[in-house]
Design a protein around this ligand. Structure first.
Ligand SMILES: [Zn+2]
Length: 398
């Protein structure tokens, strides 16, 4: 989830990320310690698969790589690595945990991604569960898991990357993809490294798992481009509540993958900061369905969106706090609401009612605030509705 003020910051971050210059490339060439990375610094060539690059380092028993090419890994096995991301201010690197389940036979390559936002825990556990369930000896194809893309954000269980270039700036890395290895800021470079050296060369399909943002709860849902048939078929394989059919922001990882020819979507596993095991189970079931759909594993399908009666909607209305104060919500997740229905009451510190919120139209609640207070401008509810004229997505959830 995000709101208007976040979006202003996000756009600023995006502009900073777009200011890459030729000089940046020269700097990278001058400072790179590896001939191979130096010669692939241009974004046009970095995506070519040139083999997995081992730095020679081993951390906690895991070999460190600076580029992944799953085609040169031993088949029928699981492989675990630390991917060397962008450098830290103190000179070491942010390492990202990567696991590859490479089937005994060739086939489709599916990417499972989490930790793009650092306060979203259920996705990490969901992917761990899927990877544990996979037997590479029985697989035709490859599943690539990237657990903690925004590593410093995960370390502090925060949505955004704490960039220290100008004093701490909190950067939403899910507005920066496909990134830029020569950008004048570390998170955009990190996004570029992950995109160019881990994801783009190795994926045929991508699933970037998220949750609601801190302070909000959400249903089991997807943010997905349902106009794209290969995205739609994956989205519909999950036994979840809701699908928001919307393109969202240009810098979203799922959109950058789509732009690179890799069908992708953004599944959302409920509430941030916790492990929601019931909801995790739904997404494990759906992800195993996707793996079977692509022929990586054989076996019967689990439950899908048909079984859960998933709501597919192309529009969303937010209920935005007009005042500061304590919010009492009168509706639950997945509840159908009618135009004019009272949704929430807000009181000041004296207990006096300062605002009452009603539904501007019919809809079904997709997300609700969990923090008890809200200041003016904070979204306290989102509801999905289907519209012949989609709203264009001025309010987005991921
Ligand atoms: Zn997120």
């Amino acid at each position: 989830m995000t709101n208007g003020s976040n979006e202003k910051l996000d756009r600023r971050g995006f502009m900073i990320g777009s200011m890459a210059t030729v000089g940046g490339a020269a700097t990278l060439l001058a400072t790179s310690t590896q001939a191979q990375t130096a010669t692939t610094s241009a974004s046009t060539t970095a995506t070519a698969t040139k083999g997995t690059v081992f730095t020679g380092d081993v951390i906690d028993g895991k070999r460190v790589i600076s580029a992944l090419d799953v085609s040169d890994l031993e088949p029928g096995k699981k492989h675990s690595f630390y991917f060397q991301g962008v450098g830290m201010p103190t000179g070491q690197h942010w390492y990202v945990a990567v696991m590859v389940a490479k089937g005994a036979s060739p086939g489709k390559r599916l990417g499972l991604i989490s930790g793009v936002h650092g306060d979203e825990m259920s996705p990490i556990h969901m992917i761990q569960s899927v990877m544990n369930a996979l037997d590479p000896a029985a697989m035709s194809g490859t599943v690539i898991a990237v657990f903690d893309v925004s590593r410093p954000a995960v370390e502090s269980m925060a949505r955004r990357w704490p960039n220290s270039g100008r004093g701490i700036d909190l950067i939403d890395i899910n507005r920066l993809f496909p990134g830029n290895e020569n950008a004048p800021d570390a998170p955009t470079r990190h996004a570029g490294l992950v995109f160019n050296r881990l994801l783009k060369p190795n994926l045929d399909y991508g699933l970037d798992f998220h949750t609601a943002a801190t302070g909000m709860d959400a249903t089991a849902f997807h943010l997905a481009r349902m106009d794209l048939p290969e995205v739609r078929v994956m989205a519909e394989l999950y036994p979840i509540d809701q699908i928001f059919d919307n393109a969202a922001y240009p810098g979203l990882l799922a959109n950058a993958l789509i732009d690179a020819g890799i069908p992708a979507l953004t599944p959302e596993i409920g509430r941030p900061r916790i492990l929601d095991h019931e909801m995790i189970g739904l997404f494990v079931e759906g992800t195993m369905n996707v793996i079977k759909h692509h022929g990586i594993l054989s076996g019967p399908m689990g439950r899908t969106g048909k079984d859960s009666g998933v709501l597919v909607a192309d529009a969303m209305f937010p209920v935005i706090a007009t005042h500061g104060g304590f919010v009492e919500l009168l509706v639950e997740l997945n509840q159908a609401v009618k135009a004019g229905q009272k949704l929430a009451i807000q009181r000041n510190t004296f207990g006096e009612i300062v605002a009452e919120y009603t539904a501007p139209r019919d809809g079904e609640i997709g997300a609700r605030r969990t923090d008890a207070t809200a200041e003016p401008g904070t979204p306290i509810l989102f509801a999905l509705f289907d519209s012949a004229t989609p709203s264009g997505g001025d309010v987005i959830v991921e």
